[in-house]
Design a protein. Structure first.
Ligand code: NAD
Length: 266
């Protein structure tokens, strides 16, 4: 029996990077996938084709997660097609970097809108659907699962990225508060906090040899992560194997949060 057999997973930003990796991993475990994208239809098609190549089922929905009517329409389309939603992976996120003094209000706001308000809008629609449907024992012990994509920067401050780090710190408390509030309805809410994973969000770092070496100094486990590392953790967090895990952040970071600067006595 596959671990997510018959469940529907809606994954935001699944046209690239971690979202794509999670979509493939969940589809391999038997979930039918709503592949959300904002701009890259090509990327979404790539995710779809790969899922179909191993006999999985998926659909594509374009939506900007920071816009409520678009988010509502995305859930409606998914429910019309697959009957319900069992798992939400709120993965969509962006960076717009600048030093604090140079950061424009526009770039501050844009990152908050997508990384934080997007989580609110998607989780609200998901929770409403989970509560309407309730538990279906054949599929899962929970009425629904929400996985919020956070980052090690929910606890590691990050100069030059104050908008991004602020949103991830916000995701931490959003996730915990939501888990507390939705627990009585048997809805599980948890977060994944990746360290450095090879995707286009950070390709300027891992493609440059000098920058790559500098980055490895921050990773005790001495390798940059792959989207599959996050896919595996997401499958576990969405499956009943983690049924008693509630309101937690799982750091998938090769030890980046272990204060590697202190390895030589600080
Ligand atoms: P990515 O740029 O490949 O993926 C981001 C995805 O979000 C894209 O598919 C993009 O289309 C989508 N997106 C952006 N704006 C959107 C919007 N308004 N509506 C819907 N979708 C939108 O980068 P990634 O590394 O795969 O990032 C995915 C998530 O993982 C982000 O939340 C990011 O903060 C988080 N993360 C990544 C790393 C890493 O090292 N790659 C580390 C920690 C956290």
């Amino acid at each position: 029996m596959k671990r997510l057999q018959g469940q529907t997973a809606l994954i935001t930003g699944a046209s690239s990077g971690l979202g794509q990796g999670i979509a493939l991993a969940m589809a391999r475990e038997g979930a039918q996938i709503c592949i959300n994208y904002s701009h890259s239809q090509e990327g979404a098609e790539e995710t779809l084709q790969e899922i179909e190549s191993f006999g999985g089922k998926a659909m594509i929905v374009q939506a900007d997660v920071s816009k409520q009517p678009a988010v509502k329409a995305m859930f409606q389309k998914t429910i019309q097609t697959f009957g319900t939603v069992d798992i939400l992976v709120s993965n969509a996120g962006i960076q717009k970097d600048a030093s604090f003094l140079d950061m424009s209000l526009e770039d501050w706001q844009k990152v908050l809108d997508i990384n934080l308000t997007g989580q609110f809008l998607c989780a609200q629609e998901a929770a409403r659907e989970f509560m309407r449907r309730g538990i279906v024992k054949e599929r899962s012990q929970a009425a629904g699962k929400i996985i919020c994509m956070s980052s090690v920067h929910d606890i590691i401050p990050w100069a030059g990225h104050i908008n991004y780090a602020t949103t991830k710190g916000g995701v931490l408390m959003f996730m915990k508060t939501l888990a507390q509030e939705l627990s009585p309805y048997k809805i599980r809410v948890n977060a994944l906090s990746p360290g450095a994973i090879k995707t286009r969000i950070n390709e300027s770092v891992w493609k440059d040899e000098h920058e790559r070496k500098q980055l490895l100094k921050l990773i005790p486990y001495q390798r940059i992560g792959e989207p599959e590392d996050i896919g595996k953790a997401a499958v576990w967090l969405a499956s009943d194997e983690s049924d008693y895990v509630q309101g937690q952040t799982i750091y998938v970071d090769g030890g980046m949060t272990l204060y590697p600067g202190f390895v030589d006595n600080g």
